[in-house]
Write a protein that binds this ligand. Structure first.
Ligand code: M6R
Length: 361
């Protein structure tokens, strides 16, 4: 039942503050992260993460977290590539699979390949009774509740939520973060559902931008650091449900090829909170604008103030700790795609050619 929403996707986007809060309650005991299984990241030397589609972008985001916060080397790979490459797994490697459905054929095959080869097989799943959950040594539920829209929304942010908790635990286990620093970050994480509610209030600004995006033939998404996987997710969401061709690039790659595509017909969505990489992104934005590209900047108030006046449109989000930006910036990415699809009149919840769960290769 859509509880009064026009589409399941809209309902699932709106549910994010409450399901994220539920998941935190399930995993936090005061300022201690309880995984329900003993995982000591000090004994893990390397993490191999494998998934498909949106779940893969959650892995790419988590790679930044594990490496930066915990100093734990991570390889993130697409399941259909990983499984046939038959990669050697060195001793000390844990394998981590991320899947909403827990039934994705390629992810399951990659998991089976890792059994007996990896020290430990972990999974982050939404469906607790799924094959991937059953066949893992440890399955961590994301607590998103049933997701019906083919375009994954709340499952993505709930995957990020659990992966961030894992990365924070890894940081503490590996002596990279003190208990006091952990408590401070968890405090911010607990505040995030409220911040997301504020972001949802900006829905009409996003809807206006989305109606313009819906008329474009091609759209580019750019991001650096933690925003690079978010740019990939934003582009996937847009093409999946609105059928507008969208591609994402790491901002620094722009001048290595994609800039040739820029002209006044190509909107460029730039996802960039005012973080330590912001100045570099501003110079990429200027390169785009100098070629007539229309920049839609998704940032915070400080970023909007520094970006200058030539930006086509700006979506201003509340400011949050840098480590939490991927969860917050997922919201405008989802809403842009949603409103573009509504403007185009496509079947939002059941886009053509796609299935919710891809159980064949
Ligand atoms: O059930 P899974 O998380 O394993 O599914 C993986 C992908 O098929 C899925 O994320 C797909 O990319 C979504 N439709 C994206 O919105």
């Amino acid at each position: 039942d859509k509880s009064g929403y026009k589409h399941f996707m809209a309902k699932e986007i709106a549910e994010q503050p409450s399901v994220l809060a539920d998941a935190l309650r399930a995993y936090l005991d005061g300022d201690t992260i309880r995984l329900g299984a003993d995982i000591d990241f000090a004994r893990i030397e390397r993490l191999t993460m494998v998934a498909c589609g949106t779940a893969y972008y959650a892995c790419l985001t988590a790679k930044y977290w594990f490496e930066t916060l915990a100093g734990l080397p991570v390889e993130a790979d697409i399941a259909s590539e990983f499984r046939y490459r038959e990669p050697p797994l060195t001793p000390g490697t844990a394998a981590l699979f991320v899947s909403q459905s827990g039934e994705t054929a390629d992810t399951l095959a990659a998991l089976r390949y890792c059994k007996g080869r990896a020290d430990r097989v972990l999974s982050v799943v939404n469906v607790a009774e799924s094959s991937i959950a059953r066949e893992s040594d440890v399955a961590l539920p994301i607590h998103a509740g049933v997701e019906i829209g083919v375009a994954s929304t709340k499952a993505f942010t709930c995957q990020l939520n659990v992966l961030l908790l894992l990365a924070l635990k890894a940081a503490v286990d590996r002596g990279r973060m003190t208990e006091a620093e952990l408590a401070a970050t968890l405090g911010e994480l607990r505040g995030l559902p409220g911040v997301i509610n504020a972001a949802l209030d900006r829905d009409e600004t996003v809807a206006m931008a989305a109606r313009a995006i819906a008329e474009a033939r091609d759209v580019l998404f750019l991001g650096r650091g933690l925003m690079y996987p978010l740019a990939l997710e934003g582009a996937l969401k847009l093409k999946e449900i609105s059928y507008v061709h969208a591609e994402a690039y790491a901002s620094g790659e722009l001048k290595h090829g994609p800039i040739a595509l820029i002209d006044k017909t190509v909107p460029v969505v730039v996802m960039a909170p005012r973080d330590r990489l912001f100045d570099k992104t501003v110079s990429n934005m200027q390169e785009v604008m100098a070629r007539g590209g229309r920049v839609l900047l998704i940032t915070d108030a400080a970023g909007a103030a520094e970006a200058g006046g030539d930006v086509w449109r700006t979506i201003v989000l509340p400011e949050v700790a840098p480590v939490l930006t991927p969860i917050l910036y997922a919201l405008p990415a989802q809403l842009l795609a949603y409103h573009a699809a509504v403007a185009k009149g496509t079947d939002v919840d059941q886009p053509r050619n796609l299935a919710k769960s891809v159980t064949v290769e």
